[in-house]
Design a protein around this ligand. Sequence first.
Ligand SMILES: NC(=O)c1ccc[n+]([C@@H]2O[C@H](COP(=O)([O-])OP(=O)(O)OC[C@H]3O[C@@H](n4cnc5c(N)ncnc54)[C@H](OP(=O)(O)O)[C@@H]3O)[C@@H](O)[C@H]2O)c1
Length: 277
Amino acid sequence: MKLTNNEIAYFKRFSVIVITGGSSGIGCSIIKAILKLRPELWICNLSRSKPDIFLGENGLHQGVDLSDPAALAEVADALLQRLSEAPPGELLLVNNSGFGDYGRMHELKQQKQLAMIDLNIRAVVDLSTRLLPTLLARRGVIVNIASTAAFQPTPFLAIYGATKAFVRNWSLALNEDLRGTGVRALAVCPGPTRSNFFKAAGFTSPPIGQKSGGGLDMTSEEVALRTLRAIAQKKALVVTGWKNQCITFFGSKMPITWVARIGAIILRKLRLEQHKP
Ligand SMILES: NC(=O)c1ccc[n+]([C@@H]2O[C@H](COP(=O)([O-])OP(=O)(O)OC[C@H]3O[C@@H](n4cnc5c(N)ncnc54)[C@H](OP(=O)(O)O)[C@@H]3O)[C@@H](O)[C@H]2O)c1
């Protein structure tokens, strides 16, 4: 997939990008794709580990555990200072950091589930609202990386799917709240994507698509390009790829209790496979 000249030209308006989770996967691919378009852009990355890529002449990495509200508050102050020094231009905020944890609720560690809520939900709202005054002054776009998991209950990933449903719904409502202000919000819903996500979520082997060759998985580079295209096309929501779009569409037409049951059957199979010697 390639961006059109008009889509590429759209990115001239941005002078600074703040991104979370640029150290791997989708976040890292978004940084690479945007630096290819605008090498002079100021990039501020927030994640625990430093990205293994060049962040550009004006790149900055702030090491932070975003699931820790006090650490986020501290880093946000430094970030706001940095943003006040950035050249004029719009601000692109990409809330991308997130993780899942695979298993039955009563067998999972409660602390990890709460940390997931802190990272996938609390940090997204906290960082966005702290940056909103700057966004309103500069204008710009808030990109929230949700998931196709946002469209239905996700047994065995129960908290994860619920956090992504929050992100999707909040992002769409935020976009309406911001109408007329020069700031927009975009919810990006990738399906299974090749990254560190599944390993971090506790899968021992690659799940759907990646193992079966079922064609449901995408590279993080494809997801990054589809995200940039959706920004340039001023979309409020994008589900990456037609197969993921079909699944979310047909899922939305079925009774939600059926969708939960079918999801449990599919995801339980992965669990059984995970536990095979
Ligand atoms: N891969 C998929 O199939 C898929 C599908 C739909 C949606 N998504 C979403 O896409 C986003 C990116 O995931 P990915 O697939 O690129 O997975 P990934 O390769 O595991 O990347 C996750 C990123 O989140 C950061 N992160 C994790 N915990 C953090 C913390 N406590 N504080 C700050 N940053 C933290 C990680 O950086 P550090 O470890 O350096 O902190 C890393 O850069 C996530 O929100 C995920 O839910 C993924």
